[in-house]
Design a protein around this ligand. Sequence first.
Ligand code: ADP
Ligand code: MG
Length: 711
Amino acid sequence: MPLYFSSPVSAVAGVGPAKAAALKTLGINSVYDLLHHFPRAYQNRKDVKTLCEAALSGEKCALVLSVGSTPQTALLKNRKTLTKFTVFDESGSCTVTFFNQGYLKSVFNVGDVFRFFGKVERFRSTWQLSSPDYEPLGGVRPLCDFYPIYPLTSGISQKVMQNIIGTALAALDGVPLDPIPEKIRNRANICSYAEALYSIHRPKNIESLAKAREYFMFEELFLFSAEIVRSKQNISTKEALPLSVTRADMKRFFETIPFKLTAAQTRVITEISADLKKSVPMHRLIQGDVGSGKTICAASAAYICIKSGFQCAIMAPTEILARQHYSDLCALFEKLEIKCQLLVGSMSAAKKREAHEKCASGEAQLIIGTHALIAEGVRFCNPGLFITDEQHRFGIAQRSALSDKKSEMTHFVPHTLAMTATPIPRTLALVLLSDIDISIIDELPPGRKKVSTFLVDESYRTRLEGFICKQCSEGKQVYIVCPAIENSGDEEEDCDLMSLDGSVISRKEELKLKSVFDCYTDFTARFPEIKFAYLHGKMSGREKDKIMSDFAAGKISVLISTTVIEVGVNVPNSTLMVIENAERFGLSQLHQLRGRVGRGEAKSWCILISDSEKEEVKQRLDAFCKTNDGFEIARADLALRGPGDFFAALGRERQHGKLSFRFASLCDNNDMLSLAFAEATALIEDDPSLEKKENECLRDALSQLSENNLA
Ligand code: ADP
Ligand code: MG
């Protein structure tokens, strides 16, 4: 049966219901999804070792060996069969063993040469290569230099994933058409989509992998640019409802706020109110450091909108954050007789239906939620303003999907407001976000205490643990952030790997990473009197929420977590933030994490642990300890690492496929970005609604992209 991108993944030979279900947890439903499940790294099978070298290294590696004896199969006591034969090269010989694969007898004939991949180990008095991968040398297919290593889920082993994807690649009917027109590809000197797709999974050599990477980088930047150009085109022709309130109403709002606004906040609110009065839609971004008080600015915009008689929605990137906003804003708006409604994915079907109804009827005036807000079936009655928090966390498609949720009754579009703590590089903002106005909050509310920040190494661990216990015994709360969820026990990775950009991922370095599970197990065993809990991105929204609300309620003293806690949660009683393997995080990310503490009256600390010997790392982390100024940190970070943190989800906890940038970086690929942007602009000027035949695939790719982003 021919396979198409749109075929369900179960159409791939070898994928039954169980595997299909497992793949679903990785966000893989269709053949398209499967073939866009890219390797996270590659095994190097080009560098062949001799038996002698392999035995000495003790690591998995590639070997080219001749079969020296006819395979013999024996029945073992445990009813397994053992197939055994000898192999040799110029440096020596060893035994190859396979369990329960008697059919291999006919595969290995004396004198044949194979490339094996495995670990040569001592077994009793002999050297043994047990259950290695093998490929005949001199076969029809040339051997690939690199083998893909995929992100996995339980129920799918590395080998199974490799096979499924290999099968799908081979069975794909016809060459997938190029989203980027050929003329443009030629000018940009990039390969075809089909070639890139094949090479990313099965790179013949390092050059073909580089070509594939370049293709996907360009594709991302090109599609991104095309989206931007198209949305700009739409915006300029659209009309919005002017929103405003009386002075008295505004005064009442300000009197309800439990604190005095800073001058910066007042300025931003003035800027927003002026925008909202206009009949062109507002597109404004509030940029302000962690804790600078962006939420209240957004709340005042919401108030103006609702008091003018229209609905307002706030979308947050995580449930934790959405619920936090909900409880904070409910407290405020209740006093103003404004009805708030929560809408998040983990709500029961009945609760969700109720929320949908209140949204559609207009009974809910302020709707706060996650991506659930842009799900199909959500209708607003008369939306006047859409707000997104931590907007860099969303893809463009998600943001525009929210704006698309306008009322069907009118041609008016809602105003939009976004908030971010991550400054957008100016040059980038100029090119890509030229249609957006930026308001900056450059002042923290009074009385904020500086978080004392220290960089320590392993030798400090005992003292640090003492400090953690002391904080807990004083009734304070602690965060510990680790770079990994668990140390992978994946056999396939039992060797150094090559990352997609050709750099080496050292197995030893990876093993040294502190993981949430190890840390949790270790602590709970040694400090039974302290209440620990853990949190990571692979937990369900409901689980995460439960933990976070328990932490907020003080039922948990120490929360061990990945960077999922980085955005926005507010637990004023937490006074200590410990960051393991601090060298693994970007400065802006560290700053976000540090922003989780120092939110109450008590003195707070942030301790970075790093054993890195690298001078540049030490300098970077030292500089971080010395300043609390988020903008300064962002500038330093940009200079050092490019805007990786701007699209922060590019880190280890990248959500599958939701973020548009997996390959390109908006700063590092400046030239490519300018080219992609210029090409996209020219193309869309020439064919605004992408009706021409040659642009058909681009149109499909853009809608595919937004569908994926919304999935
Ligand atoms: P962020 O900009 O990181 O989103 P928030 O809006 O969550 O920051 O504000 C952080 C905390 O500061 C909240 O608890 C909020 O109530 C408080 N806050 C905001 N503005 C002021 C102010 N002008 N004076 C005192 N506290 C404020
Ligand atoms: Mg916030």
